[in-house]
Design a protein around this ligand. Structure first.
Ligand code: ACO
Length: 320
């Protein structure tokens, strides 16, 4: 038993925040943001619009694309670090809004790797025969934890959601998942608040903090090591992967990973310019974009990968 991608969807909030607008908010320039990150704009959730609302739009699209109805879904897994509430978890909120029957529904936190983790977990449920049609979502409202006075981070992040429906099949599908984490580096990237441990106001309550340069170096090294493992453990030749669908944090990190894989940038799905770093939402949104515009076709071999706070990282090798 394997799982395969039966449908995809995405949603970006209406409001667009451009680099030019950010020039009026902090000491930055469009030129700095574009050359250092590749980002041109990001979308920001409206007041009263929450992570589960973004997830709902993306999920409806994915279910429709799979030619199913919410009643067919028998598992919901959401990767998010910006849940609406402490509980109920975002998957339960989506379940209620979609009208999915009383099936298992839970969220997991792995920052930007959240979707790749969620996909790996849902794949195990399908392989184990515990689910036949799983809704897997990456959804974030990063704008709610960004310190809008910190130029080093506020230019990077945005809001969005992406979703896929995984369906049980006798041919792969999801071929292989590689997940990892290193909790020793927590001080390089974190959000300074929680329920159990409240942060002091002076550290910026709830705000995302990042030592960008050190995160950058760790991300590049880790992703290079991980893609080497994917190639070796699956007996692949470097040219065999048709499409790289990376986490959209920074174009320079993506270029380094593509180079390691011996892939030219025209085989890499790049959406970072349109929405910045949307954390767990970025991989499923990039996947959906490239399927809908016809670049990714049935039968193509895809490598999805992500790196984020924790640190966490993950890759998924998929025959679409
Ligand atoms: N506008 C103008 N100048 C800026 C800005 C800005 N928005 N931000 C920083 N600078 C300045 C710095 O102060 C520094 O100035 P100095 O040289 O006078 O000290 C200079 O630009 C260079 O700063 P660096 O941090 O060295 O810039 P770098 O080239 O590393 O780019 C960036 C910064 C874009 C943050 C990069 O390090 C990066 O992408 N890091 C990784 C991010 C990431 O992948 N995070 C993981 C996922 S996030 C998650 O999991 C939630």
């Amino acid at each position: 038993m394997y799982s395969r991608i039966a449908g995809t969807g995405k949603y970006l909030p209406e409001r667009i925040l451009t680099n030019a607008e950010l020039e009026g908010m902090v000491d930055t320039t469009d030129e700095w943001i574009r050359t250092r990150t590749g980002i041109e704009r990001r979308h920001i959730a409206a007041e009263g619009e929450y992570t589960s609302d973004l997830a709902l739009h993306a999920s409806r699209q994915a279910i429709e694309d799979a030619q199913l109805t919410p009643a067919d879904i028998d598992l919901i897994v959401v990767g998010t670090t910006t849940p609406d509430l402490v509980f109920p978890n975002v998957a339960c909120l989506v379940q209620q809004k979609l009208g999915v029957p009383p099936v298992p529904a839970f969220s997991l936190e792995a920052a930007c790797s959240g979707f790749v983790y969620a996909l790996g977990v849902a794949d195990q449920f399908v392989r184990g025969g515990q689910a036949k049609r799983a809704l897997v979502i990456g959804a974030e409202t990063m704008s709610r934890i960004v310190d809008w006075s910190d130029r080093e981070t506020c230019v990077l992040f945005g809001d969005g959601a992406g979703a896929v429906v995984l369906e049980a099949t006798d041919e792969p599908g999801v071929i292989y998942s590689n997940l990892g984490a290193d909790g020793n580096q927590a001080d390089l990237l974190y959000a300074a608040s929680g329920v159990s441990r409240k942060a002091s106001q002076t550290d910026g309550f709830g705000m995302l903090r990042m030592k960008g340069n050190e995160v950058f170096r760790f991300a590049v090294k880790t992703l290079e090591r991980m893609v080497d493992e994917v190639i070796a453990e699956n007996g692949l030749e470097k040219g065999e992967i048709d499409w790289l669908v990376p986490h959209q944090a920074n174009i320079r990190i993506i270029q380094a990973t593509a180079k390691r894989l011996g892939m030219s940038m025209d085989r890499v799905i790049l959406t970072v310019q349109d929405h910045g770093n949307t954390s767990a939402a970025s991989v499923p949104m990039a996947l959906d974009s490239a399927i809908r515009d016809g670049r990714i076709k049935r039968g193509d071999l895809l490598l999805l990968e992500a790196f984020g706070g924790g640190f966490t990282w993950g890759a998924s090798l998929i025959r679409y």
